[in-house]
Design a protein around this ligand. Structure first.
Ligand code: GLA
Length: 743
């Protein structure tokens, strides 16, 4: 890792083990590098100090990269040359006609801004972003940070562009701080936090789209002049799109080729775009969504953006994911549970829905403890008068009709079975039919005089308000103190409408969505630091807020409400593009599956679920003896293997989006253990089976299949492949798992 600064070239070169990122400050005149027939070399006059991006890609030696400007300038054309510059942060109204640009409204009423270079600083380590989730370091030797100071001389806007390179990671973390250095107010109306120009347009765009119960499907489309726009305006990162976007070469696959990716460490609305300009050069950006975001900066006020993690890989898409996985697992996720083995849990939601009492719960827990399950999670329905989903959110008081004596004796009883006790909350919500709403009808997001749009018969608490934040901290903490609760599922089951606040001044109403996120982050910080021993899992109607922002507070996320094994192959495969398997909750649920009606075997459900944070979501009492034995087998297996399942290198091998098969593997850090999982959706008559080629083994080491005892060299498993013979007689929905140990 290094940051080279050349005062002479006015060039900054950020470098980590395999990546270079190069910026340059331009002088007042930039040559186009072309000699016209009349001998003149045309020059563009510019405000002095324009910051451009020359390169982001495979590591380069440090040197003068200014010549790369020529391929961005192009020859004279109808368009102004200014529009074609590879701006590090583009601005509208100065000849640049792309979409992603910084816009800040000033007292004169226009929103034109032009930031120029005003200096830099380099420091060891990485400073936290106040009030925001971000990657971190544990010692200053782990990273170096470059801050480039920028200013707009006319309006007084100042900016700090911050870039961190890590010693142990090929990622670059980037954020922007805006400061009003003038007398008059400024209003930020558009803020792409990271925006990078690319030479050429020969790219595919990858993004993760979905809906409730089918989150993060991988979609890959060629980048054309029509561009690609991926966004959420929902006040949550959302089921529909994830704050992740990547460009890759058309030939890039899982194992080879180049990819460039952005992942936004943010849980609210966002906008990510890839565009091709008329110069046939591309740009990719990600940041705040201007449809639902504005920010007023009074004199001296500042706005700190969330962070973007930028990853370049020349080892295909797995190379890209591996960089995200390792950084997030070790330097985004925090707290006691970051490195600890996660407990195997059972959750009562699909077993009972709202229809439970102490007796039913204890029955499930007792059965669970008998097969070695370590944590019982009581889901929705334990508070207020909540016997269906039309009431009581906000009233975090135990329903003693269902649970006489409250949570403490229940937790105690469950502890006496040798299990931990965990609890579901939906702290950001309020039911119109609740004591809380009757007492504080203005505590929800709303606009006076307008209908309050309900989803799942609930409204959203206005987390931008301090009084609401304090209420949530108190209410949740009170319950957590009342019993031995060692796990929390933090749910959020609807998206924002009327996203405005009774407390905010008119000129700050458009800040509400982001202020909500800041309030939520503050509330979560207060709660997770007060209860460091609790394992928190976030959830949002399944995976509606599976993002790096939430992972900073809560080390795992419920991946999807869809627990059907076949659907989960796609969901977990897509989620792994940016997020580690240690972040994904994955459970065995009942069949016919409650989301798809599909019937799959316990083994298939087990093989899929053990690939994430393993657990159960069913009534074990309803299983046949045979299935219960299989459930017990998986508990035992996960206990043995979870070290490598959580911390090993996860590699996607065969994509479920491309055909009938799916396969992935885990390899321990020392390559001594490897787990290969192979899945087949539909049985194929007269098929010759499938060979799966493993990755990242030691070629001349010998690996033993722990079940059959057969040995193979690493080279055989990687280059000749392992023949996968699914069971006979043939059936749909099959899986096989192989555990190898280095001899
Ligand atoms: C959401 C969650 C489920 C469950 C229900 C309870 O849908 O994703 O797992 O907790 O809420 O209402």
């Amino acid at each position: 890792m290094a940051i080279y600064v050349s005062r002479e070239l006015k060039q900054f070169h950020l470098q980590n083990a395999n990546t270079s990122y190069i910026l340059k400050v331009l002088p007042e005149k930039v040559s186009l590098g072309i000699k016209l027939p009349n001998g003149r070399i045309p020059e563009i006059p510019l405000p002095e100090g324009t910051l451009v991006n020359l390169y982001w890609g495979k590591k380069l030696p440090d040197g003068d990269m200014g010549y790369l400007m020529q391929s961005f300038n192009g020859a004279a054309s109808f368009d102004s040359m200014e529009g074609r510059l590879p701006y590090e942060m583009p601005f509208h109204g100065v000849g640049y006609y792309g979409d992603a640009a910084l816009k800040v409204k000033n007292a004169q009423g226009n929103d034109l801004v032009y930031l120029t270079y005003a200096g830099y600083d380099i420091c060891k380590g990485k400073k936290p972003l106040k009030g925001l989730p971000a990657t971190y370091v544990e010692s200053d030797d782990e990273a170096e940070t470059l801050v480039i100071y920028m200013e707009d001389k006319l309006t007084g806007l100042k900016a700090e562009f911050s870039y961190t390179v890590f010693a142990g990671s090929d990622a670059i973390a980037r954020s922007v701080k805006l400061v009003n250095g003038a007398e008059d107010p400024l209003r930020v109306t558009r803020l792409p936090v990271a925006s990078v120009p690319f030479y050429g347009k020969d790219f595919d765009v990858i993004h993760l789209h979905g809906a409730w119960a089918r989150e993060r499907a991988v979609e890959r489309v060629p980048l054309t002049h029509a561009g690609a726009r991926v966004e959420s305006m929902r006040g949550a990162s959302g089921h529909e799109e994830n704050p992740f976007i990547a460009l890759c070469r058309p030939g890039t696959d899982e194992f080879t080729g180049e990819a460039w990716a952005f992942n936004f460490i943010y849980s609210g609305s966002f906008l990510a775009e890839a565009e091709v300009h008329n110069s046939d050069n591309a740009r990719m950006s990600i940041g705040m969504n201007p449809s639902v975001f504005e920010w007023l900066l009074e004199k001296g006020e500042e706005f700190q953006s969330p962070e973007v993690v930028m990853v370049y890989s020349d080892k295909g898409l797995n190379g890209m994911s591996d960089i995200y996985h390792k950084l997030y697992r070790t330097r985004l996720v925090r707290g006691e549970w970051r490195d600890k083995e996660r407990p195997i849990l059972i959750n009562n939601w699909e077993a009972t829905y709202f229809d439970f009492n102490t007796e039913k719960i204890l029955k499930i827990a007792e059965k669970a403890s008998a097969i070695g399950i370590e944590l019982f999670v009581l889901d929705d329905g334990w508070f207020g008068v909540r016997n269906t989903d039309n009431c009581s959110l906000g009233d975090w008081v135990v329903n003693e009709d269902k649970l006489p004596g409250g949570l403490a004796p229940l937790a105690e009883k469950i502890n006496s079975y040798g299990m931990k006790f965990g609890l579901w909350f939906e702290p950001e919500m309020i039911s119109p039919n609740s004591d809380l709403y009757r007492a504080h009808p203005d505590w929800c997001l709303h606009i006076d005089g307008r209908k309050r749009t309900e989803q799942r018969q609930q409204l959203i608490l206005d987390m931008s308000r301090r009084d609401v934040q304090d209420y949530v901290v108190e209410a949740v903490s009170g319950v957590l103190r009342s019993a031995n609760i060692e796990y929390v599922k933090w749910d959020m089951n609807r998206n924002m409408t009327e996203y405005f606040s009774a407390k905010a001044a008119p000129e700050r109403q458009m800040e509400t969505q982001h202020r909500y996120m800041l309030g939520l982050y503050d509330v979560m910080e207060r709660i997770v630091s007060a209860f460091p021993y609790i394992l928190f899992e976030s959830c949002s109607g399944g995976g509606g807020r599976f993002d790096a922002g939430m992972l900073y507070y809560m080390p795992q996320t419920w991946t999807s409400d869809d627990t059907d094994a076949m659907e989960r192959l796609k969901i977990q495969y897509g989620t792994s593009y940016a997020y580690p398997t240690s972040a994904m909750g994955a459970h065995i649920s009942a069949v016919p599956n409650h989301q798809t009606g599909r019937v799959t075997s316990m083994d298939v459900r087990g093989d899929v679920a053990m690939s994430g944070n393993f657990g159960f979501e069913l009534d074990l009492g309803k299983l046949s003896e045979e299935d219960l034995a299989v459930a017990a087998k998986y508990v035992e297996r996960v206990k043995k293997l979870r070290g490598i399942l959580q911390k090993g290198t996860f590699t996607r091998i065969v994509s479920p989006f491309e055909g009938n098969y799916c396969s992935w593997q885990f390899v321990s850090e020392d390559a001594k253990q490897a787990i290969l999982c192979a899945f087949r959706r539909l049985s194929e008559p007269a098929s010759s089976g499938k060979r799966v080629y493993m990755k990242d083994l030691v070629p001349d080491a010998v690996y033993r299949d722990t079940e059959t005892g057969k040995t193979y060299s690493g080279a055989e498993l990687m280059y000749a492949g392992l023949p996968i013979r699914f069971p006979f007689p043939p059936k749909d929905y099959s899986s096989l798992v192989f555990v190898f140990e280095k001899v």
